[in-house]
Design a protein around this ligand. Structure first.
Ligand code: MG
Length: 253
């Protein structure tokens, strides 16, 4: 069921959005050569405690998960792109790191992700990250009353195709509200003018993620971390966006 939020509720959601941004910015700044992924998770965990927020990940146990996630941050490195379970790994020069973070503040959830390069960048990784950001911007621009979910999806797919990338449709965006994953599903490709009509009060996590040379994923033995099937690197950009009468309001900006 798709739930619409009142303007007052969207105002309340700003606190969660701002905190998710603060955590991602703080963890991004700490992600340096030699830093362990478990230290980044611990940093996010301390911030959650200090803020009195609630992690959406730590007890998360969907049907595809072997066990509860147990951490508060997703850390996906290089060929890992989604749901990276933090493990003891020290970041190396040139690593492509994706951070995905969601939590609740005062009962409202926000969800965002960002990719960054640790140390010396490779041009192809910078281009991949830039493509996911361009797709996110194009998708947010379509998040307006009167458009449809398919308009958001097509905007993402078009950017991917222009960049010569294939799109995986298994994992995409979703509604956000009292919980992390709500209706509707927001695929990362689709047809313009199709799907649910967008109305003021709809709040969506929009999250293009792409891999260099494949659209297929394989799962690590940890039961969570999803990697590209061919070892190519991945990037991911996500914002929580409220659709308002005045257009898209990015809550995690
Ligand atoms: Mg997310």
């Amino acid at each position: 069921m798709v739930e619409l939020r009142t303007p007052a509720q969207i105002e309340e959601m700003r606190a969660a959005g701002a905190f998710v941004r603060e955590v991602l910015d703080t963890v991004s700044a700490a992600a340096d050569v030699g830093v362990d992924l478990l230290e980044l998770d611990a940093l996010a965990h301390r911030m959650i405690r200090d803020r009195g927020a609630t992690s959406c990940y730590i007890d998360y146990h969907p049907s595809f998960g072997a066990m509860p996630f147990g951490k508060v941050l997703c850390t996906s490195v290089n060929d890992a792109v989604l749901h990276g379970l933090p493990r003891s790994y020290r970041l190396q020069d040139g690593d492509l790191l994706t951070l995905d973070f969601a939590c609740a503040v005062d009962g409202w959830v926000a969800d965002a992700a960002t990719s960054l390069i640790v140390g010396t960048p490779r041009a192809e990784d910078e281009a991949l990250i830039a493509t996911t950001r361009r797709a996110l911007d194009a998708a947010i621009d379509r998040a307006r009353p009167g458009n449809r979910i398919g308009d958001i999806s097509a905007a993402i797919g078009d950017v991917a195709r222009e960049a010569g990338l294939r799109v995986n449709l298994q994992f995409g965006g979703h509604g956000v509200g009292r919980t992390m994953h709500e209706d509707p599903h927001v695929p990362n490709d689709g047809r313009r003018g199709r799907g649910l009509r967008l109305q003021p009060g709809l709040v969506l996590a929009i999250e293009p993620w792409f891999l260099h040379t494949t659209d297929e994923l394989v799962m690590d033995p940890d039961g969570w971390t999803l990697r590209s099937a061919d070892g190519s690197r991945g990037a991911h950009s996500e914002h929580t966006v409220a659709i308002t009468e005045d257009g898209p309001l990015v809550l995690t900006a």
